[in-house]
Design a protein around this ligand. Structure first.
Ligand SMILES: [Zn+2]
Length: 99
């Protein structure tokens, strides 16, 4: 499965990380602000205590200081959370967000 560079560009340009994480992480504490912040419970390990998962609402990067999962953008987030390849993750984001 090939992915057009255009699709990736559309996903990057059409989905703001702040909107993405507000949708994907409903438990993320408010207010949102910008840059690195508390992402609430980590979606990558059975997290019972908030405080170790951080997301960057400007770039989409994420890191968990508890389980060590990290990535540089929302495509990486979807890949790791849902076990998808890079093209699959771009395709899913494109479909789900209509970009
Ligand atoms: Zn974690």
């Amino acid at each position: 499965m090939r992915i057009a560079a255009q699709s990736l560009q559309n996903v990057k340009a059409g989905i703001r990380p702040v909107d993405f994480y507000r949708s994907e992480l409903p438990a993320m504490p408010l207010p949102l602000g910008s840059g690195w912040r508390d992402g609430g419970l980590c979606p990558f390990h059975p997290d019972k205590r908030a405080g170790s998962f951080r997301v960057n609402l400007a770039t989409g990067a994420f890191i968990c200081f508890s389980c060590g999962t990290k990535g540089g953008d929302i495509v990486a987030f979807i890949q790791k959370r849902d076990g998808l390849s890079f093209p699959e993750a771009v395709q899913r984001l494109s479909n789900e967000w209509g970009v």
